[in-house]
Design a protein around this ligand. Structure first.
Ligand code: ADP
Ligand code: MG
Length: 570
């Protein structure tokens, strides 16, 4: 392997030359305490910055085995180190060093969630960071001196600030790892306790704003206070005893006046499938890992989904056992979103009236009188919600301030009053008895079957122009897959652009194991198993630093939104 001196000699040699000459520095270099790997050199100062890795021998890095001994701890530690590295990048940034991205050193930046990422790795033998560097130039002329000071001044400072255990804040590191481990423990315990979610006493749910995801801390913030009857106490491995509101399996309504915090609670539950950083306020808001937000999403494409449990007898005999659409309506999109989630194993549905199609949710007595069942293709969710639970074991948490008809089908009713939940299950039952809803149940004998679908591999074509594979993610919400745009705005539990990027490549990976006989659910399971086994690196022959782990539910959601997708039924 070449040495650091070789790198500095190279940089001097190419100083002032055309940008292409940077290709000469690709390769690996040995420094005293670490090795540096320039995996990919950018084509020009405006292109995506160059990809770099640094490795430190664990004997020098000195991380105690306890800090990464379980998968849970390992993921949290890698997340923590990514944050430290990122902070050091900002701290030691010495300003732009020329044109375009010149001078920028950057690592994938985590948000409030703790996710497994490909930006950092910790094993018994070494610690590895993956990041990018904007190799500096003035116009297209290499700024060799600037590059030298990036590699020999900034970068070492960043490395010594984040890859060596002795120089880190041990207390903070341990808190990060232990908090995340407690959250994982709690999530695993939910099933045993008969719960689908848990919200700790004292949790802070509201955010600064719709785009600023840190906890709200101006004005009056009401910390979460569980109603007595929902109180559950759990002993966590690190933190010890905590109490909170346990939401049992079954059908739970969240009711209450407008602006009293219903959607904020549901939103926290949606994100409770992930762990959160200490100080987030939602560290112990924990949801079943297979909980899915279901909403209306008009305009999306749908490929042969059996939505017949909800919708039959469409005008002109349109098929609803294999329902396809290029431009779904509110109700058909919500039906498809529900069935597709069930198809890949959803265990809990999270629904907010704010983002639902009214005609999918309810059909009251008067409407039943005016428009007969024969003329209404939709069987509303209210008539399916208990069948889902009793026959398929799928629970629902539903925010609904607008329809008391749901009292008839609820197992638990929580009322938000000025951001404080109250148990009103008894009251709701009394009211349901006293004012009988005269509507007729329309759900029929049973929920109906979930028809498995087999995706056809060549309908997932990643090619564009002359390139056989062209896949890129644009932020959290879009994937460019070959010639197709996959829109994920409505897939609300996707939280990080690096998840989106990984999903884009995972679709291609999934297509390679589609053989015309395996159902979508099976394929998703296999992709997740491969990632669990070989890490996110299985998605790309090159070491990428900006992947984050995603759930099978979101991978399926992306595949289902690919407009070219074709499937056949099992
Ligand atoms: P709803 O869905 O019941 O209409 P929201 O959940 O949208 O109400 O909340 C309304 C507003 O109250 C939001 O701006 C939200 O940030 C704020 N809010 C929610 N929960 C709390 C809380 N616990 N303390 C302070 N403000 C809150
Ligand atoms: Mg709301």
């Amino acid at each position: 392997m070449k040495s650091g001196d070789d790198l500095s000699a190279q940089l001097r040699r190419i100083d002032g030359k055309g940008y292409k000459a940077y290709n000469d520095i690709q390769g690996s270099y040995n420094f005293r305490d670490y090795s540096l790997h320039l995996d990919h050199v950018q084509a020009d100062p405006f292109a995506a910055p160059s990809r770099v890795r640094v490795q430190v021998d664990q004997r020098k890095a000195g991380f105690p085995a306890s800090s990464y001994r379980s998968k849970s701890r390992e993921i949290a530690l890698r997340d923590y180190l990514t944050r430290e590295f990122s902070q050091a990048c900002r701290k030691y940034f010495r300003g732009n060093r020329g044109t375009g991205n010149s001078g920028v050193i950057c690592i994938d930046l985590p948000g409030q969630e703790i996710l497994e990422r490909s930006s950092f790795f910790v094993t018994d033998s070494q610690v590895e960071a993956r990041f990018t560097m904007g190799l500096p130039a003035y116009g297209r002329r290499i700024a060799g001196k600037q590059a030298e000071s990036m590699f020999f001044e900034e970068l070492p400072r960043i490395i010594y600030a984040s890859l060596f255990f002795k120089d880190l804040d041990h207390e903070e590191l341990v808190r990060h790892v232990e908090t995340s481990e407690d959250a994982d423990y709690l999530r695993e315990k939910l099933a045993e306790l008969g719960l689908v979610a848990f919200v700790a006493q004292g949790a802070v749910l509201p955010r600064e704003s719709g785009i600023e995801l840190r906890p709200l801390n101006k004005g009056r913030v009401v910390a979460f206070e569980p109603p007595e009857s929902f109180n559950v106490e759990i002993e966590l491995p690190n933190r010890g005893k905590i109490t909170g509101m346990g939401i049992p399996r079954g059908v739970t309504l969240i009711v209450g006046g407008g602006y009293h915090g219903k959607s904020t609670l549901l939103h926290a539950l949606e994100l409770g499938v992930y762990n959160h950083v200490p100080g987030d306020g939602r560290e112990f808001v924990i949801t079943d890992p297979l909980a899915v937000k279901i909403r209306a999403e008009d305009g999306r494409s749908i490929s042969k989904v059996d939505i017949s449990p909800f919708i039959t007898n469409l005008p002109f005999g349109k098929d609803t056992v294999g329902f396809s659409s290029e431009d779904a309506s509110g109700s058909t999109s919500q039906a498809a979103n529900t069935i597709e989630a069930l198809e890949v194993g959803a265990q809990v549905l999270l629904i907010d009236e704010d983002t639902s199609a009214t005609n999918f949710m309810i059909r009251d007595h008067r409407m039943q009188e005016l428009v007969s069942k024969e003329q209404e293709p939709i069987t509303p969710f209210i008539d399916k919600i208990q069948q889902l639970y009793k026959e398929k074991g799928v629970s629902t948490i539903l925010v609904i301030g607008g329809s008391g008809d749901y009292f008839d089908v609820a197992d638990h009713v929580i009322c938000m009053v000025e951001y404080r939940p109250q148990d009103v299950t008894g009251r709701a039952r009394e009211i349901a008895e006293k004012y009988r809803a005269e509507r007729k149940a329309e759900g029929g004998e049973g929920f109906g079957d979930i028809t498995a679908r087999i995706p056809i591999a060549d309908s997932l074509d990643p090619s564009r122009g002359r390139r056989p594979v062209k896949i890129s993610a644009k932020g959290r919400e879009t994937i460019l897959f070959g010639r197709h745009l996959i829109e994920l705005q409505a897939v609300e539990q996707l939280v990080d652009p690096s998840q989106t990027k990984a999903i884009g490549d995972a679709i291609h990976f999934a297509a390679k194991i589609m053989d015309g006989s395996r159902a979508l659910a099976e394929i998703i399971t296999e992709v997740l198993a491969e990632i669990a086994e070989g890490g996110l690196d299985v998605l790309n022959p090159r070491p990428m630093g900006d992947y984050a782990v995603f759930r099978g539910l979101e991978l399926a959601a992306a595949i289902n939104r690919l407009r070219s997708l074709r499937v056949k039924h099992v």
